[in-house]
Design a binder for this molecule. Sequence first.
Ligand code: MTE
Ligand code: MO
Length: 480
Amino acid sequence: TSSFPVYTQEEVTKHRSLEEGVWVTYKGGVYDITEFVAMHPGGDKILLAAGGALEPFWALYAVHGQDHVLDILSGYKVGELSPEDVKQQQQNRDTADPYSNDPPRHPALSVNSLKPFNAEPPPALLTDNYITPSALFFKRNHLPVPKVDPETYRLEIEGLPGGPVSLSLEELKSRFPKHTITATLQCAGNRRSEMNKVKTVKGLNWGIAAISNATWSGARLRDVLLYAGFGPEVAAQAKHVQFEGLDRDVTGTVYGASIPLNKAINEEGDCLLAYEMNGEALPADHGYPVRAVVPGVVGARNVKWLGKIVVSEEESKSHWQQNDYKGFSPGTDWDTVDFKSAPAIQELPIQSAITQPSEGSSVDRSMEEVTVKGYAWSGGGREVVRVDVSVDGGKTWHVANLQNSQKGQGPAPSPPPGRAWAWKLWEIAVPLPPEAQELEIVCKAVDNSYNSQPDSVAPIWNLRGVLSNAWHRVKVKIDE
Ligand code: MTE
Ligand code: MO
């Protein structure tokens, strides 16, 4: 039994402003979060829940439903919700799960968050195939998967002199040549868990597999923009191409991002409005029926369930372009961070990681060598030219063998300069050092601009845990 007063929903509903107080309910409790909202810039999103239940919001942003948030909330408890109202809420909830349209997923995925769905494949599976099977491709959704009817789907294109243009899926497929590229997508938060070990960061705790490689087919973004009226007079003014998704939050805000105009319009940019992934229609989780594929650029700009393209002098105004997916100094904290002061991440830095063996596993001394496998990739179309592997923590190094195609198919021809969009898998057998009882396996990659990875995490730590690309290290025991 609790000592808190009991409130009806009607009473709670009266508190929905900073002046009247901001009350919310959560699991039958009533909370006065006025102080919390006033203290937290951006906490105003929570005002939308004011006077009502937090649950539908946490269903949308389940990643916030973490223990520390519950701890914070408990400090603001002022009462209990009346039992009749609790029952009513439960009934509403059962019929209003915004995630009820989400597709089934492969059980092998390791799930970081269910609602929205975020998951990565087990590292050892990741590098079994040069092309990641779509079911195992990492999935990064900020919102529920929208239901899109291919018959009524329209892609709107705005910001060009002839006025808005609207294309059906059929038109997108039939009016423009179909172009196919192999491109790796990587989330800005890949390997965030390693930053978390240095000092807590905000975001999904990704391991090393928020990266995958697929073939993508569709219309060239360039062809579609030219068709829609892009010309020299636009080029003189516009600087960005904005994308809007059809996925939306409870307030109707859609996912959005933008890329530089040059990347979108350049013949060698290879940007696609993709309707196929690995030779099949895009799966629901990957943007059915159409997504932007912006090769060499951070996952966040590869907008899924693409509904609108806007050619503009300005970047996307979306939260994810303006106030997220930016890098900062290790010295910048949540009190001092100014998101306006840093550019939005576009091209990603050089990256590599070890997928085999796994941390804490062991190798048998009688094997005499250890086989190490992994992936390497760089942003901006820069080609990985070398991967160095050490089994003694970085004292001595060996050069790994690079693979740029599916095994058994022979090496693919080298991509044209500046257009290496796909990762390389690598592998090497290193002799076991005679005296060692434990190995510290390390990898680092080099791209054709001779960019290399930093040796440790701390100097690149940042509060959002993005751009985590230090040498990857894995400790393995030797069984005598
Ligand atoms: N597009 C929409 N419409 N909504 C999203 O939540 N997530 C972005 C991007 N495009 C997202 C989106 C992010 S952060 C990443 S890393 C990639 O999609 C992930 O693509 P995938 O799920 O196909 O791997
Ligand atoms: Mo991402």
